[in-house]
Design a protein around this ligand. Sequence first.
Ligand code: UDP
Length: 356
Amino acid sequence: MKKRVLVSGGAGYIGSHVTVELIQAGYDVVVADNLSNCDLTCFEGVKKITGKDDIPFEKIDCCDYASVDRLFSEFRIDAVIHFAAFKAVGESVAEPLKYYRNNLLSLLNILEAAKTHGGCNVLFSSSATVYGETDKLPVTEESPRQPAISPYGNTKQICEDILRDTVKATAAYGNEVMPGIDKPGPVKGTALRYFNPIGAHPSALIGELPRGVPNNLVPYITQTAIGKRECLSIFGNDYPTPDGTCLRDYIDVVDLAKAHVAAVARMLEGRMAEDYEIFNIGTGRPVSVLELVNTFEKVNNLKLNYRFTPRREGDITAIWADPSRAEKELGWKAQRTVEETLAAAWAWEKHLAGKE
Ligand code: UDP
């Protein structure tokens, strides 16, 4: 029987790419999303790419336990990939309670349901933000986490800990019936720490759809190139890096999606070395903001309007991954070049412009 994966937040940017790769790898998928930060554009794109018109879509809010519980009762769920969370760093500073409530409660509900319905595999989308600023680069999974500088970053750390502790506690359950719980079962957990996901599906049918002014670099670049924004601000050119701009590890969203499939397969096929595992998902290749901008111009044969402005508060100088654990344990490695990724990001922006 086909294994079924629940993708919470599956209508969003990363969730939609993961849904495509899961379906193409032969899994059944249930997409759950409350559409609070996206519409159905990407979900429709997923159906087109996969040629599957009957992907179950549940418009639910994971902060509502009854809805999550109903999903687990209705479908036999073998694994959950949990994306449903808010992700704007600046907004989280202004509205911490909104971030803590949404990001923590949705994971708590997923785990409660996973445990109550006989156990489940839960993959959590974490972030390289947990490493903070460090001189010891690249970072491995053993690099220490540092106190978060934003409530958003803090929710990633707290959620990792909630998952780790739940895995540890439920390992003892076995199939033994606990008071008040019908069929308790063990929860196994994987945290994937993403570096900077960028790009879009090569079909240009799904991609990033920021609401309002983009916070992230690549959507800001593509929107400037298409004329939606006047000028890209490069935040700081006085960092202690070769060209003065920050260094990041930009990971193609399709490569990132494939990492999820590899991690879910490892869980479902009982190949985990530990019941809770962490993997860095990056390329291992540092790229500066200026290099990214120059590559975008070159590969797409255009000129981008940009200027240097002061540093953005909270930005770190440099971070990139040591992705060797993912390569060794998951058999996964980033494949696409920055050029391919930036061409895909531009094709997606043009696709959107054509629809307007
Ligand atoms: N950045 C920039 N201009 C922008 C947005 C981002 O110069 O309009 C820079 C930012 O300072 C950082 C890099 O691009 O060095 C990546 O930023 P992003 O917000 O995409 O991801 P982060 O690394 O902050 O999670």
